[in-house]
Design a binder for this molecule. Structure first.
Ligand code: KIV
Ligand code: ZN
Length: 516
């Protein structure tokens, strides 16, 4: 295969990203995000780990059914059951890839797998051959490759090639390597393996030492042609390689990455980043490269002066190139359906008719309470709808009494399985009183682990967005709610979390296959 310099972007936001605490998503959230990631132009979407749970299986299958022109991958260990489950989930895919992996470092063999090197080779051979019965597109990953004995790693990869793997991934699973070392490893593998020109070498970095992007770029220079990465760099522990940083580094420095390019539509980077943040309810840090709030903000007078004279004095790329809209007022009370739909599309939301009508009604309702509506308000509004977990509980009216002289007291109406119920409770504060009333009505045993509130935009009439984490029997879920009244937002977030918890009832806590 001739090297045409194309760097394939393998997006694992929905698998390695989703696996990290606080980033879990439900099916409709995953589908919405997958569609936007496809619009971004990635080459492969790793949609999940089909054997890990029913939810993962469903997500891989739904994404494989709905997204046609992007390769959809499912992760699988080498066990036959894993491979078959991935193959079944990918059945509707136009372009499906099975991504199978096993650890290869001595420390993993001895303490985790309790297998010898020969046995691991047999597993690799059998798994790749089995995967090839479902698809011609098989990727093999040697987990903890960067801490694996090099000669043994070559043996493992040779075995995967002989069995039919077409992409070989070299994960830095624990974020241990350094740029020069990783670059050298990729070169060594390419030089040591037969027909390596016919193989795509892939990199997969974790950010434990803050080196994921630097290591990824070094691997590209060493000949890797697939980057495994996530939007906003979310992922296990300190995260994975941030897609937007690698893509913009390649684009901004063609002199360094000569002849190399990706298929990414960079103007979709910012909408994708915002969409993910709003779905998982986790803002990116303000100083995050490319997509952080301050990434293009020039505070120092001398910088501002320079930028006004000539933007290139302090700007190496433009906000427009990553699709960052200016933060102007976007819509108001008199905006019509057309403008509303256009703006949602700009933000990455492509809603079906029914959902669109519901969100439009909520937008009008919000516009009655809040004069200026910013992109962030719309993201929160639509994100809340995408996130909404249809469930047993639905919050109705809520009345609270609170203040310096009154004991905080809340009366909450809640529909439980379609039956309307009402309860009154007292608490340390109005939010506590609302939560106690909800607990009484739902008979929930869940523990509230985290409660956070933030203003979505500036201004006296800003909406508050509440995020709660609740846990029960080792299962943790995240709930969100937004409203101009933070007590209502709190009630919504709590009910959203309890509905999600109901859905996960009977599902295993995330050990088992997830504990990789
Ligand atoms: O970090 C890792 O090793 C992984 C593999 C499953 C590719 O995520
Ligand atoms: Zn990983």
């Amino acid at each position: 295969m001739k090297d045409d310099g194309r760097i394939r972007i393998f997006d694992t936001t929905l698998r390695d990203g989703e696996q990290s605490p606080g980033c879990s998503m439900n099916l409709s959230e995953k589908l919405t995000l997958a569609k936007q990631i496809a619009r971004l132009g990635v080459d492969v979407i790793e949609a999940g780990f089909a054997i890990a749970s029913e939810g993962d299986y469903e997500a891989v299958r739904a994404i494989a059914s709905e997204i046609g022109d992007t390769t959809i991958a499912s992760l699988a260990r080498t066990a036959p059951g894993d491979i078959d489950r991935a193959g079944q989930a990918l059945e509707p895919a136009k372009l499906g890839r099975i991504h199978t992996f096993i650890a290869t470092s001595d420390i993993h063999l001895e303490h985790k797998l309790k297998m010898g090197r020969e046995q691991v080779l047999e597993e690799v051979d059998a798994a790749v051959r089995r995967a090839r019965q479902f698809t011609d597109d098989v990727e093999f990953s040697a987990e903890d490759a960067t801490r694996t004995d090099r000669d043994y790693l070559v043996q493992v990869f040779r075995c995967a090639i002989d069995a039919g793997a077409t992409t070989l991934n070299v994960p830095d699973t624990v974020g241990y390597t350094t740029p020069v070392e990783y670059h050298d490893l990729i070169r060594y593998l390419r030089a040591s393996l037969p027909n390596s020109d016919d193989i795509i070498f892939s990199l997969h970095c974790h950010n434990d030492l803050g080196l994921a992007v630097a290591n990824s770029l070094a691997a590209i220079q060493g000949g890797a042609r697939q980057v495994e990465c996530t939007v906003n760099g979310i992922g296990e522990r300190a995260g994975n390689t941030a897609m937007e940083e690698v893509v913009m580094a390649i684009k901004t420095r063609p002199d360094v990455f000569e002849g190399l390019d990706t298929n990414i539509r960079t103007t979709e980077i910012y909408p994708t980043s915002r969409l993910l943040s709003s779905i998982i309810g986790s803002p990116v840090q303000p100083n995050k490269a490319i997509v952080g709030d301050n990434a293009f903000a020039h505070e120092a007078g001398i910088h501002q002066h320079g930028v006004l004279e000539n933007a290139e004095t302090y700007e190496i790329m433009t906000p427009q190139s990553i699709g960052r809209p200016s933060n102007e007022l976007v819509l108001g009370k008199h905006s019509g359906r057309h403008a509303f739909r256009d703006r949602l599309q700009d933000l990455g939301y492509d809603l079906g008719d029914e959902e669109f009508q519901r969100v439009f009604r909520e937008f009008k309702d919000l516009a009655d309470r809040k004069k200026v509506i910013y992109n962030e308000d719309l993201e929160s509004l639509v994100g809340a709808n995408v996130r909404t977990q249809e469930g047993r509980f639905e919050l109705g009216n809520l009345v609270i009494q609170s203040g310096t002289f009154a004991t905080p007291n809340a009366t909450v109406e809640l529909s439980v399985d379609g039956e309307s119920r009402k309860a009154t409770a007292q608490g340390d504060g109005p939010v506590d009183a609302v939560f106690k009333a909800i607990v009484e009505l739902t008979e929930s045993k869940a523990e509230l682990v985290t409660y956070q509130v933030k203003a979505i935009t500036g201004g006296m009439d800003a909406q508050g967005e509440v995020t709660v984490i609740v846990s029960e029997d080792g299962r943790r879920v995240i709930g969100h709610g937004a409203h101009t009244d933070i007590i209502v937002a709190s009630g919504r977030a709590y009910v959203n979390a309890l509905n999600k918890l109901e859905v996960t009832q009977g599902q295993k806590a995330p050990d088992g296959p997830r504990g990789i």
